[in-house]
Design a binder for this molecule. Structure first.
Ligand SMILES: [Zn+2]
Length: 400
């Protein structure tokens, strides 16, 4: 049951007034409502004057008869006096109870647990789903540790840090680090991808469990790692089949810049001067093959990403994203998650944390639907999905 009413909203940006629908009672067994609540999309409306997204400060009652959960957001904090607030909560509780058949009017519904912030209330709902604060904290701690390593000013400091945190450098840690590396790579941010790659290599070498963990992860996701342009050129020159060349071009896409082709041309000149006409011809053929494959990849990836981008836009612009996802489930592929991940990273970079969180929840919801499980059974994963689009030309790091 959802009690929806229209409430006047004052825009936090332009102070303009408009009316927006507001849900004040949320049934946790309604997956769409629950998802919207967890994603922080509940009661968000866009100001018709300036486009700002606003959430009116209204109390929200969340209940779940299966989990025997009743929570209430008591907003306003100090701006509302206690009596007014209690009255508002009392009204909500009463209208919920009156809407339920007698046998469902359980005692806990009369005493909802109160929260002052939506964030804490979301945490409580997640906790009832088995996603503890400890799990969320652990995830956050791993991310923080990566940051700490990245900021180490020199090798000695980094070595000391590894020694201190050796116990924490486990499989899950390297999984997150690898996901960071892949995300940067997919976004074409070579500097960050390289930095994560270098960090991962060093941590794998210096930590007790790192080497094994990294090998296992790369095996699982099929990473091909090319260190630099020289290595790529060397391996391309030695490739004997077209498939091999295609694989290397895909894996080394980001290395195939002007400098690379310059190096290839230098090599052609060198063997020509040495009188090795056969090698020169072979290298010239290789050059046109590589250029052709590269152009083909770019076109393919443009088409795939454009399609995924349009789908994501449709999901985001819908008032019922879960419905759109349901309808388009067969169109959701790795490219969709790639575009989603890129958007999350971009939102974070710009400090739009709420947007990033909303996008993450869309990702979680989609994953849950793909796996055919309901949201109450899923784990909260703040990390980007490990699966990456195959169509997207990769840089140094690639799936086979
Ligand atoms: Zn406005």
């Amino acid at each position: 049951m959802a009690v929806q009413q229209v409430t006047p909203v004052v825009c936090s940006n332009c102070q303009g007034q408009y009316n927006a629908p507001v849900n004040s009672i949320i049934n946790g067994q309604d997956q769409a409502m629950k998802a919207a609540f967890l994603q922080g999309r509940i009661n968000i409306s866009q100001c018709p004057h300036c486009g700002t997204a606003n959430r009116p400060d209204v109390p929200i009652l969340y209940y779940d008869l299966e989990k025997e959960l009743a929570l209430v957001l008591a907003p306003g904090g100090l701006t509302l006096d206690k009596t007014t607030q209690e009255k508002m909560i009392g009204n909500l509780t009463n209208s919920l109870i009156n809407s339920l058949p007698t046998e469902q009017r359980k005692f806990y519904l009369f005493n909802p647990q109160q929260f002052l912030t939506l964030e804490n209330m979301v945490k409580a709902v997640l906790k009832a789903d088995g996603i503890t604060e400890e799990m969320l904290d652990k995830q956050a701690a791993r991310t923080k540790l990566i940051q700490e390593f990245m900021q180490a000013p020199d090798e000695d400091t980094l070595k000391d840090l590894v020694k201190t945190h050796d116990e924490e450098l486990d499989y899950e840690f390297f999984e997150i680090l690898t996901a960071y590396m892949q995300t940067a790579n997919m976004e074409g941010d070579q500097n960050r991808a390289q930095a994560f790659y270098a960090l991962r290599a060093v941590l794998a070498r210096w930590s007790t469990k790192g080497k094994e963990a990294v090998a296992e992860i790369d095996q699982k996701i099929g990473l091909v790692v090319l260190e630099n342009q020289e290595e790529l050129l060397e391996r391309l020159s030695q490739a004997t089949t077209d498939e091999e060349i295609e694989g290397l071009v895909a894996a080394g896409h980001g290395l195939l810049d002007y400098t690379f082709f310059q190096k290839l041309t230098d090599k052609i000149d060198r063997v020509s001067k040495e009188g090795d006409a056969a090698s020169a011809t072979a290298l010239r053929e290789l050059r046109s093959k590589v250029l052709e494959i590269k152009a083909h990849h770019e076109e393919q990836s443009r088409i795939v990403l454009e399609r995924a981008g349009n789908l994501l836009k449709e999901v985001l612009q819908s008032s019922r994203p879960d419905k759109v996802i349901d309808e388009k489930l067969d169109q959701i592929d790795e490219a969709f998650f790639f575009v989603l991940t890129a958007n999350i990273e971009e939102a974070r970079r710009q400090g739009h944390n709420e947007t990033a969180q909303a996008l993450e929840m869309i990702g979680n919801l989609t994953m849950a639907k793909l796996q055919g499980i309901d949201l109450s059974q899923m784990e909260a994963e703040a990390e980007p999905p490990a699966e990456q689009p195959q169509e997207k030309p990769q840089i140094h790091i690639s799936r086979r």
